[in-house]
Design a protein around this ligand. Structure first.
Ligand code: TYD
Length: 225
């Protein structure tokens, strides 16, 4: 049993395909700038000679695209069905895309992962966060990121950056987004060894520098083990 604050040397070993790559998740509220940061991070990692896979949830696979359509652009979905659909998207994504890439030694950078479910469904909806977390852990056979970067942004800034078009989740009121934000920060505070929380109200280049510093430490750690 590994202490939650220590990196787990066997971190990808649970479930099929023990892995040698690195797994990084970008999380945060809507309009936090995750996709910009993922692209910058991917370019930088490639410039270091790493093979990188940029992916995202929901919808990182063909099956996931269909689930994404139902979740974000369809009719009302009940909270439990919503949690199950996000978990289904994630389970399929992990088994068909993420684990195989990790097994090939790739650095996988995903725009959203299970903390989005814990925050949006577990804090935003009237569901127990532990149940939502359990669902995702079951769906992914306990695949946890080596590093999760939480891009912290206020609901106001997030809304302004998103512009006029809002999907089903983005259309939720500010107190929903405030609860989501608090939960992301709580998750980061709970496990500082596996998380980096950054103020995402700053210029993109400054945020990226913080992320690169932390990812450098992660890659160096990998080189030693
Ligand atoms: P995302 O694709 O990041 O939004 P976009 O690309 O349109 O900016 O995420 C879509 C929405 O789904 C976003 O509001 C967050 C929400 N979401 C959840 O509620 N739970 C989850 O598990 C995930 C992955 C996303």
């Amino acid at each position: 049993m590994t202490h939650p604050h220590e990196p787990d040397p066997d971190r990808h070993a649970a479930g099929p395909g023990a892995a040698t790559g690195h797994f990084i998740a970008l999380e945060g509220g809507d309009g936090a700038g995750k996709s910009t940061q993922a692209a910058l991070l991917g370019d930088w990692l490639e410039s270091l000679g790493r093979t990188v896979l940029l992916t995202h949830e929901p919808g990182g696979t063909p099956v996931g695209q269909a689930i994404r359509q139902v979740l974000l652009h369809g009719e009302h979905v009940t909270p439990r069905a919503e949690a199950l659909l996000f978990a289904a998207d994630r389970g399929h994504h992990v088994e068909t895309v993420i684990r195989p890439a990790l097994a090939r030694g790739v650095v996988v950078v995903t725009d959203r992962y299970m903390d989005s479910s814990i925050a949006y469904q577990g804090a935003g909806r009237d569901l127990a966060a532990e149940d939502v977390e359990h669902l995702s852990r079951w769906a992914t056979q306990e695949l946890l990121p080596d590093l999760t970067v939480v891009l912290d942004v206020s609901p106001d800034v997030g809304r302004a950056r998103r512009g006029q078009v809002h999907d089903r989740l983005e259309s939720e009121p500010d107190d929903f987004h405030a609860a989501v934000r608090r939960r992301f920060l709580d998750l980061a505070a709970r496990e500082p060894a596996r998380y980096l929380a950054v103020d995402a109200g700053r210029p993109a280049d400054d945020i990226q520098l913080d992320i690169r510093r932390r990812v450098t430490a992660l890659l160096d750690q990998g080189a030693l083990s």
